[in-house]
Design a protein around this ligand. Structure first.
Ligand code: HGY
Ligand code: MN
Ligand code: MN
Length: 415
């Protein structure tokens, strides 16, 4: 398999302009994005991506989970395609690059190949996976999870948002419920470019993360039930304060994560307090504990310690407590051959690189179960992500997209 020459480079200005253009859709309130899954803003971003891809000569397929597959033909139409992509949906207070860099980086590869008249044996398919973030509809990586056979489509369609709307209805409403069977597509390989969303690459002064593994994730939704009561006239001994119970459990979450330092992490990002009135003691709280570790045994230990400890706290305080596992996946080891293609690409391009474990979850973590998969990471400023201030440099985007292109073209076999 011939490797592309080191002089093969993407058009960094065009990639950057596309990132900035996409960022105008679903703007946040502080310079980032709020383009949540299967909203009208998501539909607008999809339409723009579709137009750009069709302008680049690609043909579109959409599956019944709304995932977009934009195909550039290879010289052998029967060869399994090389897939490359990520997600266009964002957090409610998301950045401009999380997911989007991987989708538009894939498009830039095609645009560059068109410019240079490059052909490959295998077709190349640029992919936008629906609902990677899992914020509006849990869990994260919903569509890639259905594609990999981890969830049924009916289960996914029935997931509801805070307003009680279902994912299936909202996907249909925005007009992006496709007709392809989810998971029917077979892949030669899948590559995903993503910002690191952590501080390591920038701190090490390294341009490229060669992602060998992804840490595992566990989401446990906890419901604590106490009793609504007046915050003024209810004597302290009579209170059943669900909010206080949650606070003590969150302190326990922090303690459990620290007990597995330095790699384990834990927090709750989703917290609903009821009735959430200034002068009512909260009678109910619903919150989701997010534990992560590269080691499955550590995740399982943290889950067990959480249940035991939280039950004890609730019993001591006379509260009811319920647990529901609402998301999770085991730690991931990416495909050696694909990882090598990424590492060779970085070397060929003379870019500084290091092996890294992904702290965040990605569609690649599920697709790795059904196809040889690897990821390329670029640094982000202060390691900040899932924050509207998320920032990268054009040079980092360029380096990441060049490595992605070399790995993809080498795997797709340039002819
Ligand atoms: O939760 C995650 O790690 C990803 O950003 N959805
Ligand atoms: Mn992402
Ligand atoms: Mn994200």
């Amino acid at each position: 398999m011939s490797a592309p020459g080191a002089n093969l480079k993407i058009n960094a200005d065009r990639l950057w302009d596309s990132l900035m253009e996409m960022a105008k859709i679903g703007p946040g309130v502080a310079g980032g994005n709020n383009r949540q899954t299967v909203t009208d803003e998501d539909a607008e971003g999809r339409a723009l991506f579709q137009k750009w891809c069709e302008d680049a000569g690609m043909t579109m397929g959409v599956d019944t989970m709304g995932t977009m597959f934009m195909r550039r033909e290879g010289t052998d139409p029967d060869a399994l395609p090389v897939y490359v992509g990520s997600h266009l949906d964002t957090q409610p207070t998301g950045g401009k690059y999380d997911g989007v860099l991987g989708v538009l980086g894939g498009l830039e590869i095609i645009r560059t190949m068109n410019d240079l008249g490059i052909k490959t044996k295998h077709p190349i398919v640029v992919t936008n996976w629906t609902n990677e973030e899992g914020t509006r509809f849990a869990p994260a990586m919903l569509a890639s999870g259905v594609f990999a056979g981890m969830h049924t489509q009916d289960w996914a369609y029935a997931k509801t948002d805070a307003e009680g709307k279902t994912f299936g209805d909202e996907l249909a409403r925005i007009g992006w419920k496709g007709d392809e069977e989810v998971g029917a597509r077979k892949m030669h390989a899948f590559f995903e470019l993503h910002i690191e969303q952590g501080p390591i690459l920038e701190a090490e002064g390294v341009d490229i993360g060669v992602v060998t593994h992804g840490q595992g994730l566990s989401w446990t939704q906890i419901t604590v039930t106490g009793k609504d009561a007046h915050t003024g006239s209810t004597p302290m001994p009579m209170r059943k304060n669900a909010g206080l119970c949650m606070a003590r459990i969150l302190d326990l979450v922090d303690e459990i994560a620290w007990s597995h330092a330095p790699h384990a992490v834990g927090a709750a990002g989703h917290i609903d307090v009821y009735p959430n009135s200034r002068n009512v003691i909260p009678g109910k709280v619903v919150f989701t504990v997010d534990f992560r570790s590269p080691d499955l045994a550590v995740i399982e230990d943290m889950e067990a310690k959480l249940r035991d400890g939280a039950e004890q706290i609730a019993d001591t305080m006379g509260m009811e407590i319920a647990f529901e596992k609402v998301g999770g996946f085991d730690p991931v080891e990416f495909d050696e051959g694909c990882v090598r293609a990424v590492r060779n690409a970085a070397e060929r391009l003379g870019l500084s690189h290091m092996d890294i474990i992904s702290g965040a979850g990605h569609d690649a973590c599920w697709i790795n179960r059904v196809a040889p998969t690897a990821m390329v990471m670029c640094p982000c400023v202060d390691g900040l992500s899932h924050n509207e201030a998320e920032e990268i440099t054009k040079e980092w985007a360029e380096a990441g997209a060049n490595v992605l292109m070399h790995a993809v073209i080498e795997t797709a076999e340039i002819v």
